[in-house]
Ligand binder design. Structure first.
Ligand SMILES: [Zn+2]
Length: 112
């Protein structure tokens, strides 16, 4: 082995760098759809506030379920980015009393 080759081997050992053939392939080829629209880096989602029932194709009107609920959906790829369900609910305290928890205030993206 020539001198420069042993030097290179030493340096590699010190840095603990794997050879090019040992570099593991990316375990995931899945696109990052959570962050980027259609998984394309740099392209943000185009969120729009929509009625829950309209988005979910549910009953509307008096029989509607989640009538006041809203979804934040991307108009480009259809991804549901957030949801808002303005429901109050009752919690049972340790002493046996029931306490009603009022619905949360709507987030800023709720416009309808
Ligand atoms: Zn999108």
């Amino acid at each position: 082995m020539s001198l420069w080759k042993t030097d290179a081997a030493k340096r590699r050992a010190v840095r603990n760098v794997k050879g090019p053939e040992e570099i593991p392939k990316s375990r995931s080829n899945r696109k990052d759809k959570r962050r980027w629209c259609r998984g394309k880096p740099g392209i943000p989602h185009k969120p729009e506030c929509v009625d829950y029932n309209a988005a979910k194709n549910r009953l509307s009107g008096d029989y509607a379920y989640n009538r006041d609920a809203r979804l934040l959906v991307c108009t480009e790829c259809g991804k549901e980015l957030d949801r808002y369900c303005p429901f109050s609910y009752t919690v049972l305290e340790r002493d046996g009393t029931r306490r009603e928890v009022p619905p949360k205030p709507p987030p800023s993206w709720v416009v309808k």
